[in-house]
Design a protein around this ligand. Structure first.
Ligand code: ZN
Length: 146
């Protein structure tokens, strides 16, 4: 990853340098002819060199840009994947919690059902009169039910 990003940067920089070298050659033909008269004997050779430099530079820039975009996309994808797995983990935690809560609701409902099924009154152990649930004494005979 690191090595490829270095080569991408190198490719981009080299491409830009070549492109501008070509542009410079095309724009400064007179000066270049005067300066490098042995290397570039006429305008046609300068124009050719400039065009070649620009094409090469353009290709390198394109290559570097594409590679850069690809590596960016891969990084994005990895980030998205990490985000996705993080979310999945969160979802599983929430599901676990929901299951726990559901279990508690079920046991609470059992307790309620048991409470609702209790008789509202019981009979006195001694005289048989009805006593409200929870009262310790018979209101009829006054004896303790405990
Ligand atoms: Zn009683």
């Amino acid at each position: 990853m690191k090595r490829s990003s270095v080569s991408n940067t190198f490719s981009l920089v080299l491409g830009i340098v070549l492109f501008f070298a070509g542009l410079f050659l095309l724009l400064n033909q007179e000066n270049v002819v005067a300066f490098f008269s042995s290397m570039f004997p006429n305008h046609e050779s300068i124009q050719l060199a400039g065009a070649v430099f620009q094409v090469l530079g353009g290709l390198l820039v394109l290559n570097g840009t594409l590679r850069f975009a690809t590596s960016q996309a891969q990084t994005r994808e990895k980030e998205n994947q990490a985000l996705f797995y993080g979310l999945m983990h969160r979802v599983s935690l929430v599901e676990k919690r929901a299951a726990e809560v559901a279990e508690k609701v079920v046991s609470l409902e059992k307790v309620r059902a048991a409470r609702d099924s209790l008789p509202e009154s019981v009979k006195c152990r001694f005289c048989g009169a009805g006593i409200e649930l929870g009262r310790g004494f018979c209101s009829s005979c006054g004896r303790s039910q405990r």
